[in-house]
Design a protein around this ligand. Structure first.
Ligand code: ADP
Length: 472
């Protein structure tokens, strides 16, 4: 099969979160199953762009709707073949010649133009794709364009799959900006509308041949709660499916990971984790003799990050000097400030690194004893899967993919789970974790056990292929 993935992020070219990890690994595992796979993404002006060689393979024009603004663009192919799939990035000067992926005022214009440019190129292919697989709201209008816009008539019969990696971000905009879109018959307007707005996620759910989420449990949950789209998801249940994400076990392998201070395997896990923990403790002024609790991720409500300052304060005041906490993340300013404010009070046992640091995240997965994920919403969650592979026990709120992937030690499992998004639940889980940490033999055995849980892409890549085949 010829599979085209379209995504705003793809690791290692550009990453803001889990979407990049999936777009950078699912295609690779599909290629291993002998399918032709490519990823199309925007050509951001990042370090990756300057450090890698690209070759121009196509030049075209993307007209931003009836404003008659023509964006000249080029498609670049990455020359390095190490990714395991073909990576094409669309260079659109004026819109993507910037360092960051998102959070610009003209994001709507940027990603509409990206989607138009991608389809203008695809329709020139000698052999059209068998599947167009779109990821998240930045590509949500593509299934609509392919089926309702005359200019893309040629692509009408190609099955489309839309994967919801995060349903909270829908990219909606008002109808007075409909002029940005390519022309279509006005009686199709309802196909892009939800609650009075043009909503790319709603448009994708209505127009894609199939809709998937990144875990089965998240698929069940969003029928009841997904920022206003619940009813629509219920109507479209028949074409929807939850497929649990995998992880790239080559990138995330503690025995070969070049970002670690020391690599380790199951047989050397104790020494390996100790070495990485020591490094972290030295770097961040923590106590290597005490359990190390960590958090990695966006500091936003969705991740329950706003609950962390209170939970940390409670723990540290109740049990002074008995545990360490290390935070890596960035996001909402008040949460960042609250996390900073804790530092002077708990020097020697607490530190927060505000920012994005891929290398440090790997060392933390390797050196930590526990990883906190008190998420309110977690479509799949990759952090807990990386933690498991690196012998770190996840402490999670039972939601979305966390419910699918972590079982509590009290239920014969290997992690620590709680139900409420509250500081109290987090503190209680930390107390349970500490008592588990002190049962040295059981704790060490558990480390070895969790490192062996198979979350590789092999299963999920095949599930997607079966889904594609069912659409043909
Ligand atoms: P999200 O909802 O943010 O996409 P996921 O759990 O699906 O959450 O994926 C998060 C990914 O981003 C993981 O690879 C995680 O290690 C990484 N990550 C998040 N924040 C940071 C950070 N501040 N520094 C380094 N890596 C980060």
């Amino acid at each position: 099969m010829k599979i085209v993935h379209i995504s705003a992020e793809c690791y290692p070219a550009a990453k803001a979160g889990g979407l990049a990890d999936v777009a950078g690994s699912l295609p690779k595992y599909q290629k291993l199953l002998k399918h032709s796979t490519m990823v199309i993404m925007p050509h951001y002006y990042t370090n990756f762009r300057s450090k890698n060689e690209f070759k121009s393979v196509f030049e075209g024009i993307a007209r931003l709707g009836s404003v008659d603004y023509d964006y000249h663009y080029q498609i670049f192919k990455l020359q390095n073949t190490e990714l395991g799939f073909d990576l094409y990035s669309i260079d659109i000067p004026g819109l993507f010649d910037r360092e960051n992926i998102y959070s610009y005022k003209d994001d709507t214009e940027r990603f509409i133009t990206f989607q138009i440019a991608a389809l203008n190129w695809i329709k020139t292919f000698k052999k059209l794709p068998d599947i167009v697989h779109c990821h998240d709201q930045q590509t949500g209008l593509i299934p609509f364009f392919m089926t309702k816009v005359e200019a893309y008539d040629k692509l009408k019969e190609i099955p489309t799959v839309f994967t919801i990696h995060n349903g909270e971000y829908q990219g909606q905009f008002t109808f007075d900006r409909q002029y940005l879109l390519p022309g279509f018959n006005s009686y199709f307007s309802g196909q892009i509308e939800w609650h009075g707005f043009i909503n790319p996620v709603a448009a994708a759910i209505k127009n894609a041949w199939s809709v998937t989420t990144v875990s089965p449990n998240y698929m069940d949950e969003i029928g009841f709660s997904m920022a206003g789209l619940e009813k629509l998801l219920q109507y479209e249940k028949g074409k929807s499916k939850g497929i649990l994400n995998g992880i790239d076990t080559e990138v995330w392998d503690p025995s070969t990971d070049g970002m670690l201070q020391k690599t380790f395997s199951i047989s050397t896990v104790e020494a390996g984790k100790k070495y990485n923990k020591k490094w972290l403790c030295k770097e961040f002024n923590l106590d290597p003799a005490k359990p190390l609790f960590t958090f990695i991720g966006r500091l936003v409500k969705e991740k329950g990050a706003d609950l962390l300052p209170e939970a940390i304060y409670n723990m540290m005041s109740k049990y002074p000097g008995e545990q360490n906490v290390l935070i890596l993340g960035s996001g909402d300013a008040p949460v960042q400030q609250a996390l900073w404010d804790l530092e002077p009070q708990f020097k020697g046992n607490y530190c927060s690194y505000i920012g994005y640091n891929e290398k440090l995240s790997h060392i933390i997965y390797a050196g930590a004893d526990f990883l906190l994920m008190p998420s309110r919403v977690e479509p799949c969650g990759l952090n807990q899967l990386y933690a498991l592979r690196y012998g770190t026990v996840p402490i999670v709120r039972r939601t979305g993919g966390l419910t699918d992937t972590v079982t509590d030690i009290g239920d014969g499992g290997f992690g620590i789970c709680h139900d409420q998004a509250s500081a109290w639940d987090i503190t209680h889980s930390i107390e349970r974790a500490k008592s588990f940490f002190n049962k040295k033999k059981a704790f060490k055995e558990n480390r070895k056990l969790i490192m062996q849980i198979d979350h590789s892409w092999n299963r999920a890549a095949e599930e997607y292929i079966n889904l594609y085949k069912s659409l043909k």
